[in-house]
Design a protein around this ligand. Sequence first.
Ligand code: SAH
Length: 252
Amino acid sequence: MPATPAYPPLSAPRLFVDVELSDGAEIRLDGSHAHYLIKVMRIKQGDPIKLFDDRTGEYLAHVTSLGKRDLILHIDGKTRERETVPDLWLCAAPIKKDRYNWIAEKATELGIAKMVPVETERTQVRFIKTDKIQAHMIEAAEQCERTSLPSLDPITALHDLLSDWPEDRHLFFADERIHESGEGSFRKALVAHDGPAAILIGPEGGFSDAEGEAIRSLKQAVPVSLGPRILRADTAAVAAISLWMAGRGDWN
Ligand code: SAH
């Protein structure tokens, strides 16, 4: 007896569309979405597709007509509401493009709410391609089944980030030099500090002494260690987000 496939089949493609969706609506896809579905996924008339809009939620749709470069979908019904993810920001100095895009992708999968590129004294990358970073976030959200996208701020100088810091948000400052002092237990910091949070990760060259002082002078700053070894910025970002998600996020 062949097993009955779970409906929609787990393999149903899942796409973010930047238009508000609703039950019973028709939606036309062209461009890269159409190319992916028609050429890569070889979608057929009647096939199911999951869509989410980062506004109202996730829907199940099916193909009602198929062109060479476009297709029409009928939205059959909502499958999930747009979720609220844990209130964690990642404030990270831009590093080499590919690795920074990788950070954006992993941070999205791990569940952050916002990413803030922070320009510091030793940041070697002076500008970032926001659309490319967003594309990596969207792809990660499609794959990991988020129904909301992280927001991405424009690149912000560390000084400005600190001077406008929100009153109620803890800033977990990943300081690679704190370990020897025996201070900076991340575990203890998580127990002591509940509520909205952010993680601050420096560039390949780390923070300058003056920057370290400026960060520590913020009353919301919580200096934390990520162990005795010097991690690459991308490793540090993933490690810190994971620790916070397990301790204060939605990993239960
Ligand atoms: N200046 C360092 C390298 C910086 S690593 C050096 O000595 O070569 C890039 C960033 O990752 C750091 O600024 C810090 O935010 C974070 N990081 C790396 N290892 C860490 C650790 N063991 N503890 C806390 N943060 C760390």
